[in-house]
Design a protein around this ligand. Structure first.
Ligand SMILES: Nc1ncnc2c1ncn2[C@@H]1O[C@H](COP(=O)(O)OP(=O)(O)OP(=O)(O)O)[C@@H](O)[C@H]1O
Ligand SMILES: Cc1ncc(CO)c(N)n1
Length: 267
């Protein structure tokens, strides 16, 4: 059986985040990867040097090409840049009935460069999040989407409930940014229960693209027909291995190691 996943995201020339992280992750998890590019970024481990969005029609046409021929068992979105691109992407998701949809609401790169225009946040809430099977905000993104200030686990649970009310079926609020403590905890809310995915916090500066890789791994597992809980568990193990076995390349915040999870399985 060949499982297929489509990523709708931006290109990271440095190869650690965006489309490149997504396709590498799909491949590592034995899922055929396809892409619709939303923007080209000139980017490396030191930061983002340039952002060149594509016309919304070009994004829609790439999705149309995939949808009318190959089809997709799961779809994920990453950097979408503008309200116009968000509307175009949501329309195609509806047209093809892509219900195994993971929305990673990418807003700001680690170095502070904006990857989503501020006025596009409401478009994300209106058009795309209601279609999501899973959404994976980090803490600052969950704050921007809900208007809440998130400090405690209780605050994160409240934010998850608010996002569920927008129509997101499963909300994962990631704990990478909560840098106290020895553990990272990702919280999953399915509308009735909370589930916790905990791992040892790794002390490293090489975390470029962790969010992209994590959400791509969820999409890959959903493409295989796994449940959301199973998919999040595999994604957590995948990103843990990728952070733990850092590559140590570039002069700034380096990429994670996309082949580490497979190495661990086959060793
Ligand atoms: N230092 C760390 N040690 C272990 N796991 C981590 C660490 N940092 C992040 N993670 C995990 O990586 C995943 C992504 O979380 P994070 O909050 O960093 O996403 P993000 O901010 O959206 O990433 P980015 O925007 O850089 O792509 C989560 O599963 C989180 O628990
Ligand atoms: C293209 C792109 N998408 C997402 C992120 C967030 O990590 C990034 N840095 N670059």
């Amino acid at each position: 059986m060949v499982y297929k996943a489509l990523t709708v995201a931006g290109s990271d020339s440095g190869g650690g985040a965006g489309i490149q992280a997504d396709l590498k992750t799909f491949q590592e998890l034995r899922v055929f990867g396809m892409s619709a590019l939303t923007a080209v970024t000139a980017q490396n481990t030191l930061g983002v040097q340039g952002v060149y969005p594509l016309p919304p029609d070009a994004v829609a046409q790439q999705m149309e090409s995939v949808g009318t021929d190959l089809g997709a068992d799961a779809v994920k979105t990453g950097m979408l840049f503008s309200a116009e691109i968000i509307e175009a992407v949501a329309a195609k998701v509806r047209q093809f009935g892509w219900d195994r949809l993971v929305v990673d609401p990418v807003m700001i790169a680690k170095g502070g460069a904006p990857l989503l225009q501020e006025e596009a946040v409401s478009a994300l809430k209106t058009y795309l999040l209601p279609l999501a099977m899973v959404a994976t905000p980090n803490i600052p993104e969950a704050e921007a989407l809900t208007g809440l200030k998130i400090q405690s686990i209780e605050d994160r649970k409240e934010a998850a409930k608010r996002l569920h009310e927008l129509g997101v079926k499963h909300v994962v609020i990631k704990g990478g940014h909560d840098d106290d403590g020895e553990e990272t905890v990702d919280i999953l809310y399915d509308g009735s229960e909370f589930f916790y995915f905990t791992s040892k916090r790794i002390k490293t500066k090489h975390t470029h693209g962790t969010g992209c890789t994590f959400s791509a791994a969820i999409a890959a597992e959903l493409a295989k027909g796994k449940t959301v809980q199973e998919a999040v568990q595999t994604a957590k193990s995948f990103i843990q291995a990728a952070i733990e076995h850092e590559l140590g390349i570039g002069h700034g915040h380096g990429p994670t190691n996309h082949w580490a999870y497979r190495d661990k399985q086959t060793r």
